[in-house]
Write a protein that binds this ligand. Structure first.
Ligand code: SF4
Length: 453
């Protein structure tokens, strides 16, 4: 094993938190002198940052690993790492399954990659899955975008939704100190970033584990307090946050989002099911009536707000009538976007042991019917944009059409319009919407939002 493999490649599966962890691990590797290799076949160090939210997500990494394990027999100094939620879930078992692995590290250890790799370079196989307090890292993440940035604010989750593996693999809630979050966002503002997305599995729980007050005596023990605390950071024009939990989504938070101009009118609030008995079996801690009241309150303050959510079909014991309650909620609320999934039994979760599991056929049928309704409703919701002028923050080139750039509205709608990326990247542009699709828009630029005066 050579002392300093030079090039690295990270493949990321799963959620935004994994993407943020990968950006930080890439930053650590760069600090250690590695360089990014776009093609994993040219890399000397391969890291898979994995997801285990559903079985198919977990299975994905094994096919990749198989190929690299073979490669390692020809190239013994190749360093192979599995990070993220499958690593946490499987731990030592992963080494038995793939003996070619050098390092298996859980999400809580992302910031400790350098220490762990130094032990690997001493010739050891390392498994790091013990619960740890996640330390603040000074590393500069290697961010995928130069315009928008992920900012972790709370790690882990203390909820016990009966289908969810996250608490087992990401551990208990750990809120970052508000001063550290503000310092990171100030640095992003100095670097020219225009938008930040605050991240947490259950972001509305932010701060409840934080001791005492800030240095200047303020008690920033909620997400709402944090939004006020970071709102005036220079250079940052937009603030988003995800993922919310209906159990903790307060009117105080909604009012703050309405009052704070930089906070975008887009809310991601998973409801999972429209049936109260199922919500109880899922241990979600709210009813569909409470969920509807939250959405009504959001729309009372921000009538045009974008609402997205997650929903599970085929949860153990779900009857046709209970499934129809989910369809009814989707019909009534009209989501801008809904991430849907068929229930997948996960190791170590209560619901996986229940004997009223549904067949894959029933799950497939319900998923198809829900997805059909979702696209019909999203197309209906999208109609409201036709002919409107929207503020679009330009992020990148349209990969399908080099004459166009792409960005998002404040409502998080992907929007394409003609323009030069070198002129418009990072700019907020007023775009007249001329074409509407279920999940994206097309228009033409009027003028930079800043010129609106
Ligand atoms: S709130 Fe529930 S679904 Fe979300 S991460 Fe926590 S346990 Fe999982």
């Amino acid at each position: 094993m050579t002392s300093s493999p030079r090039r690295f490649h990270i493949t990321t599966f799963g959620c935004q938190m994994n993407k943020a962890d990968s950006e930080r691990m890439a930053g650590i590797l760069q600090d250690m002198g590695f360089t990014w290799s776009e093609n994993p076949e040219d890399a000397d160090l391969i890291l898979y940052n994995t997801c285990t939210i559903r079985d198919n997500a977990e299975q994905k990494v094994y096919s990749y690993l198989g190929r690299q394990a073979k490669r390692k027999h020809e190239q013994p100094d190749l360093t192979l790492i599995v990070a993220g939620c499958v690593a946490q879930q499987e731990g030592e078992a992963l080494l038995r399954r793939v003996p070619e692995l050098d390092l298996v590290m859980g999400p809580q250890h992302a910031n400790r990659l350098q220490d762990l790799l130094e032990r690997v370079f001493q010739g050891r196989q390392v498994v790091a899955t013990e619960p740890v307090h996640i330390m603040e890292d000074i590393t500069q993440p290697r961010r995928d975008s130069a315009v928008t940035a992920w900012v972790n604010v709370i790690y882990g989750c203390n909820e016990r939704c009966t289908y969810c593996v996250v608490p087992n693999v990401r551990g208990v809630e750990q809120s970052r100190p508000p001063e550290s979050i503000r310092a990171e966002i100030e640095e992003l503002g100095r670097q020219g970033y225009k938008e930040v997305t605050l991240l947490g599995q259950n972001i509305d729980a932010y701060g409840r584990d934080l001791p005492g007050a800030t240095a200047d005596g303020r008690h920033l023990h909620t997400l709402t307090d944090l939004l006020y605390f970071i709102h005036d950071v220079p250079g940052i024009e937009r603030i988003r946050f995800a993922t919310s939990h209906p159990r903790y989504f307060t009117e105080r938070l909604i009012r703050a989002c309405h009052e704070l101009p930089k906070v975008c009118e887009h809310f991601h609030i998973p409801f999972q099911s429209g049936d109260n008995d199922l919500l109880k079996a899922m241990s979600r801690g709210y009813t569909h009536e409470k969920y509807r009241r939250i959405i009504d309150t959001v729309r009372r303050y921000m009538p045009d707000a974008s609402i997205s959510a997650d929903a599970i079909v085929g949860f153990p014991g779900e009857t046709e009538a209970q499934f129809e309650n989910t369809l009814k909620l989707v019909e009534d609320i009209g989501f801008d976007q809904l991430n849907t999934a068929a229930y997948s039994p996960r190791p170590g979760t209560p619901a996986a042991l229940w004997d009223n599991q549904l067949s894959e056929e029933v799950k497939r049928d319900r998923l198809q019917r829900l997805n059909h309704l979702v696209s019909v409703k999203a197309a209906e919701r999208s109609q409201r944009y036709f002919g409107r002028v929207e503020e679009v923050l330009v992020e990148d080139q349209n990969p399908k059409d080099p004459t166009q750039v792409m960005g998002r509205t404040r409502g998080n709608r992907l929007t394409y319009f003609e323009g030069r990326l070198d002129e418009l990247k990072g700019q907020q542009v007023l775009v007249k919407i001329t074409e509407v699709r279920a999940f994206s828009l097309t228009g033409h630029a009027l003028l930079p939002a800043a010129a609106r005066g």
